[in-house]
Design a protein around this ligand. Structure first.
Ligand SMILES: Cc1cc2nc3c(=O)[nH]c(=O)nc-3n(C[C@H](O)[C@H](O)[C@H](O)COP(=O)(O)O)c2cc1C
Length: 376
């Protein structure tokens, strides 16, 4: 059996998946997320690739997010009937076939024009919850059946936040996620070195980009404030304005998890922005146990960061995550093959999770618990 046949056999395990309809053969080439990244890298402008792949400064946290999965080991159970595996779950009233969401990622147009709406369509096709930031309303045009969560870095005043919440609710969002680790644009060496212009996030990298006059790297990246005055009151403003669940994305400290619950947050997303904000912060899989402790099981906890494999997801679920978000993985699918690439990546991750659960003796999400993982 060659590599591709083996992969097809694996995919047979997820027969019935909404992504079973296979697109053209190209998209069948890469056999895992890493290989999708390699294809995307070969097709993207270096500035765009570096913007997506990169982290902040020395990229300690970017690497740690991946490395940390290596010190959490699975301790599978055997002699369990795993003929049928159910990966489905429900998140704030939305049923999803797998506990995998697409994370909010700005700058998708660096990959393809109108990319936000292409990813929305891929999410609709795969019944994946789509978390999307500014311009969400435009993004979901043409993908009306998609279930989406609106992501925001906050608004400066109570009045603005109330207006935002109402507008988003009217437009059909199922939840609001507030990114709480993005007070300022961070200092990203790759972007500085490339003289990356943050305006390209909307337009894509122009043909003549390499001939631009170099700019001061520090000026190009640092001290752009987003919403630096955000405090716990903000959660109350949103909760008072809308019935939508409000999740805080970017919580790492146990104390903040407790504060989030106290302030009325409906859920927590353990995240370090994919290693793109403060360098040297803890890997998300390592932060998850503390956040679980701090939240005391009172609200659902989700996690993102470094997920490239179904077994990474299984470890997060075992440590208490209700679901995970993936940031770069779908972007590599997008960069490699457009919408079919995004669908394929999401499907592959779900397939890998399903097989990992089977081999761990866990036929459904409810059977996964803390005893499944041990720290080396
Ligand atoms: C290109 C890119 C853009 C991102 N933009 C945002 C953003 O606008 N808001 C946000 O909360 N997180 C943003 N993130 C972080 C993701 O939501 C997510 O936390 C992270 O990518 C997860 O790590 P992973 O890429 O290893 O899966 C971005 C990540 C990437 C790679």
């Amino acid at each position: 059996m060659n590599r591709r046949d083996a992969f097809r056999a694996l995919m047979g395990l997820v027969a019935g998946s909404p992504l079973m309809a296979m697109p053209d053969d190209d998209v069948m080439g890469p056999i895992n997320v890493h290989e999708f990244e390699a294809v995307a890298k070969s097709k993207l402008h270096k500035m765009a690739y570096d913007f997506i792949a990169g982290g902040v400064e020395d990229e300690l946290t970017l690497q740690a997010n991946r490395e940390a999965y290596k010190h959490w080991f699975l301790v599978p159970r055997v002699m369990v009937d795993v003929k049928d595996i159910d990966t489905s779950t429900e998140l704030f009233g939305v049923k999803v076939p797998a506990p995998i969401l697409v994370a909010p990622t700005g700058g998708k147009n660096l990959v393809l024009p109108n990319a936000e709406s292409i990813v929305a369509k891929a999410c609709a096709a795969s019944k994946t919850l789509f978390c999307t930031g500014s311009g969400a309303e435009r993004a979901i045009d043409g993908a009306e059946s998609v279930h989406w969560w609106s992501n925001t870095t906050g608004q400066a005043t109570k009045e603005q936040s109330v207006n935002y919440a109402k507008r988003i609710e009217d437009r059909g969002a199922k939840a609001i996620t507030v990114t709480v680790d993005n007070q300022y644009q961070s200092n990203r060496d790759r972007n500085n070195r490339n003289r990356f212009d943050y305006g390209y996030m909307a337009t894509g990298v122009p043909q003549d980009a390499t001939t631009r006059t170099p700019r001061n790297p520090a000026k190009a990246a640092m001290w752009l404030p987003h919403t630096p005055n955000l405090t716990w009151d903000y959660v109350g403003w949103l909760r008072g304005a809308t019935n939508l669940p409000v999740l805080l994305k970017g919580v790492l400290a146990q104390e903040d998890a407790a504060m989030a619950v106290q302030s009325g947050a409906s859920g927590i997303i353990v995240s370090n922005h994919g290693g793109r904000q403060l360098d040297g912060v803890i890997a998300t899989i390592d932060a998850l146990p503390g956040v679980m402790e701090g939240s005391g099981g009172k609200v659902p906890v989700l996690m993102d960061g470094g997920i490239r494999r179904g077994s990474d997801i299984l470890k997060a679920l075992a440590l208490g995550a209700k679901a995970v978000l993936v940031g770069r993985a779908p972007l590599w699918g997008l960069g490699a093959f457009g919408q079919p690439g995004v669908e394929r990546v999401l499907w592959m991750l779900a397939a890998e999770l399903k097989l990992s659960m089977a081999l761990a003796g866990k036929p459904n999400l409810a059977s996964i618990d803390r005893r499944l993982v041990r720290r080396a």
